[in-house]
Structure formats: C-alpha cells, structure tokens
Design a protein around this ligand. Structure first.
Ligand code: PLP
Length: 309
C-alpha cells in the first residue's frame, strides 16, 4: 500500500471555538456512526489556493441546503469558517507548500448523523493535497462514456426524498459508475436520464460551448449547461463560471440537452471545484468538437475561472 496523503483533521466542537485538531492517522469516528453504516450525511469538497478557499460562500450555502434536505442541524457558517482556517493553517505549518504545486489544497467538509440517538451531527474539516490525476486531466482532457442514471428528469420534483439536489455522503452509485467507465478504458461518465436528457458527471457538472461567426466577422460564444432542476447537483463551479462568462460577453443557456447536443458542440467540459475544467475529448469513442477550438475556449474559460475568488 502506498502511504496515505498527509491529511489534517479538525472537528467542529462547541468547547473549541476554532475547532478541535485531531490526528487523522488515528481512529476518530465510531463504527456505529450512521455516516459510515448508511452514508447518512452530507459533504462539500472545495479548493483552497494560496490558503484561500475558492467560492466558500457558495459551498457553505450548498452545505446548509443539503443538511436541510436531510433534517440535519449543522453548526453556523461562522463556526465552519473558523475550523477551516484552523485546518488550513495547521496544514501549512506541517507541510509548507512546495515550489510548483500551485499552493492548492483540497478542503473537505463532512457532516454525519452520528451514532444512533446522537443529539447533534458529527462534523469535521479535512485538508489534503490535490491528487496528480486531477491536475493531469485539466491538461490532457478526458474520454467519457454515457451511462443511464435510472431515473427521469422529473424525479427530483416528484420524489424529494431521493435527495437528488443534495450532496449526500451516499456516493456509492457515483463511484460504481466511475469504476465501470475505467473498466471500459474511459476516464469519466456523463449520466443520462431515463427520458434521454443529459444530467451530470458522477462528481462534476456538464458544460458545452458553441461558437458562431456573425455576418460582421465577430463571434458569438454560448455556454450551455443542463437544466438545474433536472435532478442534478447545482455546481458551484458552473455557477461562478457562468457569472464570469456573462460579464465577459458570453451568452448563457440551460438545457434541456440530449446526447446529440454534446456531439454537436464545439467543446464539452466536465467542471468541478478541484479538477476545474476537464475538456472532454471523446464521448463513447466519438471525437467531440474541434481540438483547436476546444483548446482556445478552454484557455479562455480557465482565465475567467482563475479570477474567481
Ligand atoms: N455534480 C456532482 C454529482 C458532484 O459531485 C459535483 C462535485 O463534486 C459537481 C456536480 C460539481 O460541483 P462543484 O462545482 O460545486 O464542485
């Protein structure tokens, strides 16, 4: 086994206003915690650059929304911010950033329902390095396959107990889909609803772009993502990038999208907080868009994303 990445762990604890530092290499959670036994809880995964968490308010708001959907009463955003600051400064003290790593860290917020009968959820922050795979895929792009998600695009509205818009700890299906893709030689997945709509990746949001030349020689660029109410997780990266792209003159659009729309696009990406924009090269073995246009648009959108705090 390779040695685990250095993880700094801070529990939210009412008796420690800035969070309680704990040893991530030692047991810290009961085996009867319902987060472990049932995947009953919520989480967020965020990127810190130079010690600052990107889009922290959007992540904290989404965490609160997910917790609300599961009837979990979580600590205030202020308490989360203090625990995050403790974890980041402890990580910096233990593992000073190395030259060339971009000073990037993954910050994960976890909430579990705790053991049976617990009066408050179990909440912690963990900070760890960004994996090499995520960095590589930003550069090289990815090949994806389309997989059936098994529910229709109205399920979220019809059956709120499915928690489709919440970021719950129950990611076994998402991880199984990724393993399925890896066995087929692909890197990632785009889920399709049973009524044929493009949904999302197992850990990312789908984006596509069209570039049209107007008669006067100028080009109109349009960025499109699936409808947010189709049972997908509203991505904080997609939201922030849309705001930045609009300010830079892009047109924006929200589905519904079908698989053919992905193949007809000039470029497709999977976007998420840590991997950022991963350009999609092939879908089910078919080339997507035009490589030179994809490269140009990826550079432009990466530039816009770099300005997001
Ligand atoms: N959709 C799913 C299912 C995800 O798990 C994630 C992130 O992990 C995303 C979309 C992208 O969300 P964000 O951009 O907030 O990281």
């Amino acid at each position: 086994m390779t040695s685990p990445a250095p993880v700094v762990l801070v529990f939210l604890d009412p008796t420690f206003p800035d969070g309680r530092l704990a040893d991530a290499s030692q047991p810290q959670v009961m085996v009867t915690d319902q987060g472990a036994t049932r995947g009953d809880g919520v989480f967020e995964t965020m990127l810190a650059v130079g010690g600052n968490v990107r889009k922290i308010q959007a992540h904290l708001d989404r965490l609160a929304g997910s917790a609300d959907a599961l009837d979990l009463a979580i600590p205030s955003q202020d308490e989360w911010c203090r625990a995050i600051a403790t974890a980041l400064s402890e990580h910096r003290a233990q593992h000073p950033p190395a030259a060339g790593d971009g000073d990037e860290l993954v910050v994960k917020l976890v909430v579990t329902r705790g053991v049976e009968g617990a009066t408050a959820p179990n909440c912690w922050v963990q900070v760890s390095p960004v994996g090499a795979g995520a960095r590589r895929q930003r550069e090289t792009g990815i090949d994806v396959i389309l997989l059936d998600r098994g529910y229709d695009s109205d399920a979220a509205e019809r059956a709120p107990w499915l928690l489709l818009g919440a970021k719950t700890l129950s990611y076994a299906v998402n991880m199984a889909a990724l393993r399925h893709a890896h066995k087929q030689g692909a890197d990632d997945v785009i889920f399709i609803s049973s009524d044929g709509r493009v949904l999302e990746g197992p850990t990312s949001t789908v984006l596509l772009a069209h570039v049209e030349k107007a008669d006067d020689g100028t080009s109109v660029k349009r960025l499109i993502t699936p409808q947010l109410d189709s049972g997908i997780l509203p991505g904080t990266s997609q939201g922030a990038l849309f705001t930045a792209a609009k300010a830079a003159g892009w047109e924006l659009g929200y589905g519904p999208l079908e698989p053919q729309d992905l193949l007809d696009a000039d470029a497709v990406w999977l976007i998420s907080s840590v991997r950022l924009l991963a350009p999609v090269n092939h879908i089910d073995g078919k080339q997507v868009g035009t490589p030179s246009v994809q490269k140009e648009l990826t550079a432009e959108l990466n530039g816009l994303f770099a300005g997001i705090q």
